[in-house]
Ligand binder design. Structure first.
Ligand code: ASP
Length: 435
């Protein structure tokens, strides 16, 4: 290298020098402005957003497989059981609460009263898959099939059992087996580091992806579609705010620094907001968990599971939008209908992956189960992207809240916050891979 200190840093170097959150914030604002100026025509830049989504999605399967295997191999089976129990309980309780918030707020506001039904646009009816089927499908019949189809729960199942087998190998009395176990573990740990470096690279592209994705949503939805449904949008975002306050309360209860928590999770929150995919945001959430000082033994389990089954934002949306549908059709929901909607919402969130628009499918399931007409769902579908942004952001925040809480309650699973943030930073969590 012949670069001297008197030479100006290249444009690329200067770009790398700016903190990622600033670049994302600027991209977000510019995207909104571009969407408002160009309207639906801005859709030509959709490929730039798609590339970002594909880059993130490309990393999800290797990340789930390797981090979970490495994470499980680093803790005892007893610890895994305890972490699993706490996580599932946390997810179920918070989702049920979120569903209640969504329904209660909507019953209070009645966001659909006074709106007309759209003519002739019938949304398709759907039914929630039976619980037995959802559970059976978690066990993959072909791990390569599960990997190629992106089935997170099935891949998690495989990684979990493979991780347990790996820790048995490492602890084996048979020297040959123990040696092979140690080699394999180093290989898996190395693979995790490799994927982390790739994530940091992808994050440097994220401002362009954010700009494109937000511009297209704003351009295509436009203010015309938004205005008549402002009450529903307000109800859903109001519910999201209530739930964030609940997380703040829970975090305070577990002695987390609220400021530090939100400083570290704002990147995944923003990524979730624009990508509308908890699954796609997983690589960014994992980096945030590292910066929060959470050990792999916890986040490698809580985050992939959460991205698939924990959807508090979606629960608020399903609850509120079902009441909206009832309002539009002039129906008074009975208690049985409300309980049915809540049950279907929680069950459907387990069986539906965290991808853009998944909530709309769950809404059709809830509306079907409550025996309501499907036509008003078409109204909601018109602004689904705007609602999806907020609910996905909340879904991811919920996953990270659980991760932080579970780590706090497990001995040795949470590093000192300041030290952890420093380590992650000096590792380059906020900077690109060095060349
Ligand atoms: N997009 C959401 C997620 O990925 C799911 C939904 O549509 O509500 O978490």
């Amino acid at each position: 290298m012949t670069e001297t200190s008197s030479q100006k840093p290249s444009l690329w170097r200067r770009y790398l020098g700016i903190s990622l959150i600033w670049k994302l914030a600027v991209a977000l604002v510019l995207g909104v402005v571009a969407g408002l100026i160009f309207g639906p025509d801005i859709a030509v830049i959709q490929p730039l957003g798609d590339i970002f989504l594909r880059l993130l999605t490309m990393l999800v399967m290797p990340l789930v497989l390797f981090t979970l295997m490495a994470g499980i191999a680093s803790v005892s089976p007893k610890t895994i059981g305890r972490i699993g129990g706490k996580t599932v309980a946390f997810y179920l309780i918070t989702t049920a609460f979120a569903m209640t918030v969504g329904i209660a707020l909507a019953l209070l506001i009645s966001p659909g009263v006074g709106l007309d039904l759209p003519g002739g646009t019938e949304a398709e009816e759907r039914e929630a898959p039976p619980l037995a089927e959802v559970l059976t499908n978690i066990v993959p019949d072909n791990i390569f099939g599960a990997l190629s189809e992106g089935q997170v729960l099935s891949v998690m199942f495989f990684a979990l059992v493979a991780g347990v087998a790996l820790s048995f190998m490492v602890d084996s009395d048979d020297e040959r087996l123990a040696g092979m176990g140690a080699d394999l573990r180093r290989l898996v740990d190395s693979a995790v580091e490799l994927v982390f470096i790739l994530i940091r690279g992808v994050l440097q592209y994220s401002p362009i992806g954010v700009f494109a994705l937000i511009a297209v949503v704003v351009g295509e939805t436009g203010t015309d579609a938004l205005l008549p449904l402002l009450a529903l949008t307000g109800t859903v975002y109001g519910g999201i705010l209530v739930q964030i306050l609940v997380y703040v309360g829970i975090l305070a209860l577990f002695r987390a620094s609220i400021g530090q928590f939100f400083r570290e999770v704002r990147e995944p929150m923003l990524t979730a907001f624009v990508t509308r995919s908890s699954g796609g945001t997983l690589p960014v959430s994992i980096q945030a968990a590292e910066r929060l000082g959470v050990r792999k033994g916890v986040y490698s389990f809580t985050l992939p599971l959460g991205s698939n089954v924990n959807m508090d934002g979606t629960a608020i949306y399903v609850g509120a939008a079902t009441v909206f549908v009832a309002n539009v059709t002039g129906t008074d929901l009975s208690l049985t209908q409300i309980v049915t909607v809540a049950a279907v919402g929680v069950l459907a969130s387990i069986g539906t992956a965290g991808v853009p628009g998944a909530g709309l499918i769950m809404l059709t399931m809830a509306v079907t189960a409550a025996g309501l007409p499907m036509a008003p769902v078409a109204l909601v579908a018109g602004i689904d992207a705007i609602l999806d942004m907020g609910r996905t952001m909340l879904n991811v925040t919920g996953d990270l809240t659980c991760t932080r809480v579970v780590a706090k309650t497990e001995p040795g699973m949470l590093a000192e916050p300041e030290a952890a943030a420093d380590t992650a930073r000096s590792d380059g969590a906020d900077s690109p891979p060095q060349t």
